[in-house]
Design a protein around this ligand. Structure first.
Ligand code: IMP
Length: 435
């Protein structure tokens, strides 16, 4: 069975959770490979509603085994809470979840440092989620991080956490408004790591054994390609790799373990936090998309910035991640828009730009060149067959396919699992025969 990576093609929040949840029945294992609890998505089916941040949405499909890879940074209290909340809804988690012992811990001091830095930046904020993700990855790169596997040695774990928390308190002393974590909070984090001990193990080994048995793997990416640390709109990016190619090595598997890449794109664009966003809409249409699309962060509740689909940025994402098929989400959110725009190029100082600029400032200075398309102004929400979509929606989808050179294999027409169009065309049919 082929292994497939699912990544966001924009600035995160594309609806990957719902897509992964739908694809899970076709896969034996789902592994999250990057980020931390800065990510968040809601999965809805029947009358149930789950908010997930670290655990792959595969957990909601009974036969799927879920893993969290070594490249993920884990806030132990957040993970433990998530396990409990899902279990309270009668979903079995612990027997089906394996967490890498190599994954790094996000300490309360990392969170405090993230927040203190952000508030000291004033207008120059990056707009992070404040979950301590950047400082935890910094510690990993500085080789002062603490890995979950230390749970096997409680004495050493306590010593390491105390030493790291002391260093973080020194760093926090530079920020007059910083809230230094109390000993109680630090102890709670240690207890949470110890409580997670039964879930820890070797993700690379488990996946390699699964592959030998012919079992399939779905790699679940967090954030979006344009937030990638190296290729995204630096410095307005997250602190981990978000490209599809990163999935296999991040989980200790060879690059050839990836057989296919599905990119998830919203039918328009959103961004949270700071950073260039050439197609941003600050008018009534932007507000309409935010309201109709419920564009408020699952993790922080922040209103998301909204804008038109940016085909220049999307083409870069397709190239960087090798996206071979697209899941297009929230098409129904465009239902009432009379004229839809797609950015097909930018201009800057009279020059036409066809490629995404490397520099965030150049991107901020770019003006989009728009192609205009008539909106369908008909209800498409909850449509489950492609032929039942309005003709003008077909035209919009076909134009995106043409601009990106990639087929749209799934279309989401509402937040529920059921509100989805699956197009039985390649490569989808080769990857997901069980859907
Ligand atoms: P951090 O990952 O919390 O350090 O935030 C860095 C940037 O990535 C900020 O602009 C965040 O808003 C953005 N970001 C991080 N995670 C997500 C996500 O899951 N969805 C959308 N944006 C995100």
């Amino acid at each position: 069975m082929p292994n497939v990576v699912v990544v966001g093609g924009q600035w995160g929040d594309e609806g990957k959770g719902k897509v992964v949840d739908l694809l899970c029945p076709a896969f034996d294992h789902v592994v999250r490979f990057n980020g931390g609890n800065n990510a968040g998505h809601t999965v809805r089916f029947a009358d149930r509603h789950f908010a997930l941040h670290l655990i792959p949405s595969g957990i909601l499909q009974p036969n799927c085994r879920c893993l969290i890879g070594p490249g993920v940074v884990i806030d132990p209290i957040a993970l433990l809470d998530e396990v409990r909340l899902i279990e309270e809804q009668a979903v079995s988690v612990r027997p089906r979840l394996l967490v890498s012992a190599r994954a790094h811990i996000v300490l309360p001091g990392h969170r405090a440092l993230d927040q203190a830095r952000e508030s000291s930046r004033g207008a120059g904020k990056l707009g992070t989620t404040g979950r301590g993700i950047g400082p935890a990855y910094e510690a990993r790169a500085k080789r002062t991080g603490i890995r979950l596997g230390l749970a096997r040695n409680p004495r050493r774990l306590r010593e390491a956490v105390a030493a790291a928390s002391g260093e973080l308190a020194d760093a926090l002393a530079r920020y007059p408004d910083a809230i230094v974590p109390t000993t109680d909070e630090i102890d709670r984090a240690v207890e949470a790591v110890l409580a997670l001990a039964p879930l820890l193990g070797g993700v690379s080994q488990a996946l390699a054994q699964a592959s030998e048995k012919g079992e399939s793997i779905l790699f679940e990416g967090a954030q979006g390609t344009l937030l990638d640390l190296d290729h995204g709109t630096y410095p307005y990016v997250t602190s981990s790799g978000c490209l599809a190619g990163f999935a296999a090595p991040a989980c200790g598997l060879p690059a050839r373990a990836i057989d296919g890449v599905l990119g998830v794109f919203k039918a328009y664009a959103t961004r949270v936090g700071s950073g260039p966003f050439p197609t941003e809409l600050t008018d009534n249409i932007g507000e309409h998309l935010r309201r109709r699309g419920n564009e408020f962060g699952t993790t922080t509740g922040r209103p998301r910035r909204t804008g038109w689909f940016d085909a220049v940025a999307a083409r870069a994402a397709v190239r960087w991640s090798g996206i071979e098929a697209i899941a297009l989400t929230k098409l129904d959110v465009l239902d009432e828009v009379s004229e839809i725009r797609i950015a097909t190029a930018y201009t800057d100082g009279g020059q036409t730009i066809e490629q995404l600029p490397d520099d965030a400032e150049d991107l901020a200075n770019a003006t989009p060149v728009y192609e205009l398309m008539p909106g369908w102004q008909t209800n498409s929400s909850a449509v489950t067959a492609f032929r039942k979509l309005p003709v003008l929606a077909h035209r919009y989808v076909a134009r995106l396919e043409e601009l990106l050179g990639v087929p749209v294999v799934m279309i989401s027409t509402g937040p529920r699992r059921e509100e989805t169009i699956v197009r039985h065309i390649k490569p989808f049919t080769t990857w997901a025969v069980r859907i």
